[in-house]
Write a protein that binds this ligand. Structure first.
Ligand code: DGY
Length: 322
């Protein structure tokens, strides 16, 4: 009987799918991230056939060493997979899979929730109202900015970036600029979108939404120099991976108001947040919850399980990365 280790409690539907196949499923009983030593300790000598892991688990060669030769698949319940050494897995003939597609709409919605919240000053206004400061309608009270008619720069035109662009055009009459490693002429035609080099996109956009994976080439893609290119009235939104932005440089840009605002779901040193950001009103911070809806997290759990089932039944998982 195949054995699977799940690094943390996840939506039950995925676990049930695995159990329905008769697999032995061991779930870390503690609802927290295991340290590397704890994870290795839980795996050693157990002969697991599959690892079901999360973006908070660093799966490197030492963790892979803790498995026997029967390990077939590492299934990440996330679309991002920078936590896994995929090259090392490939060398060892271990399949790696992720969960794209099922979270596209949810993350795109969250990017818009962040964009709307920062531009309409929602958290600031909520704080103001709860503090009993609202004494009557006032013509200049908490003025924000419209999205409608503005220019959105999408950095990274994968599934999520494309969906954000779709909402921008069809929901808010925004003009879309985009940057990616590949041009997509079909997308350009459909959304009247314009491809630009990153620097030009940063100079021309009112809102910038980041959707690139974390790679060596995208680490600190948005640094002090790039932040200086942005308009003083621009807003920056990040729902991809924290290290894509130099968080210290962003905190300085926000404090000095060289850009107008930012909204972040991901952080450079998660779960730590650069303390300077916590003091600023022109930034919104959500704790990496862009895909966190009941519907989507269940689908992610089911897809991670489906990837494992495919691999254990001798087929390629639906979302094979390497
Ligand atoms: C992912 O799946 O990579 C997301 O960051 C989860 O919210």
């Amino acid at each position: 009987m195949a054995k699977i280790y799940v690094t943390r409690m996840v939506p039950q539907s995925g676990i049930e799918a695995l159990k329905s196949k008769g697999y032995e499923v061991a779930v870390n009983p503690e609802d927290r991230v295991l340290t590397k030593e704890e994870l290795i300790g839980a795996l050693k000598g157990q002969n697991y056939d599959a690892l079901y892991c999360l973006l908070t688990d660093k799966v490197d060669s030492e963790v892979m060493d803790a498995f026997g030769p029967q390990l077939k698949i590492i299934a990440n319940m996330a679309v991002g997979f920078d936590n896994i050494d995929t090259l090392e897995a490939k060398k060892r003939g271990i399949m790696v899979a992720n969960t794209p597609g099922v979270l596209t709409d949810t993350v795109a919605e969250h990017a818009f929730a962040l964009m709307l919240s920062i531009a309409h000053r929602i958290p600031e206004s909520d704080k103001f109202a709860r503090a009993g400061k609202y004494v009557g309608w006032a013509p200049m009270l908490l003025l924000g900015n419209d999205l409608s008619g503005k220019t959105l720069g999408v950095v990274g035109l994968g599934r999520i970036g494309s969906r954000v662009a779709h909402h921008a055009v069809s929901g808010f009459d925004m003009k879309v600029l985009y940057n990616d490693v590949n041009r997509n002429e079909e997308f350009e035609k459909e959304f009247n979108a314009i491809y630009l080099p990153l620097d030009d996109l940063l100079k021309q956009s009112d809102f910038i939404s980041i959707h690139v994976p974390l790679l060596e080439t995208t680490r600190h893609l948005i640094n002090a120099e790039k932040l200086k290119l942005m308009k003083p009235a621009a807003y920056l939104v990040n729902t991809s991976r924290g290290p894509v932005i130099d968080e210290a440089a962003l905190a300085i840009a926000l404090a000095n108001k060289t850009i107008k605002g930012a909204a972040l779901d991901v952080f450079e040193f998660e779960p730590k947040i650069t303390p300077e950001l916590l003091l600023l009103d022109n930034v919104i911070l959500t704790p990496h919850i862009a895909s966190a809806t009941e519907e989507t997290r269940s689908k992610m759990s089911e897809l991670a399980a489906a990837n494992i089932i495919e691999a254990l039944e001798g087929r390629n998982p639906l979302n094979l990365l390497s």
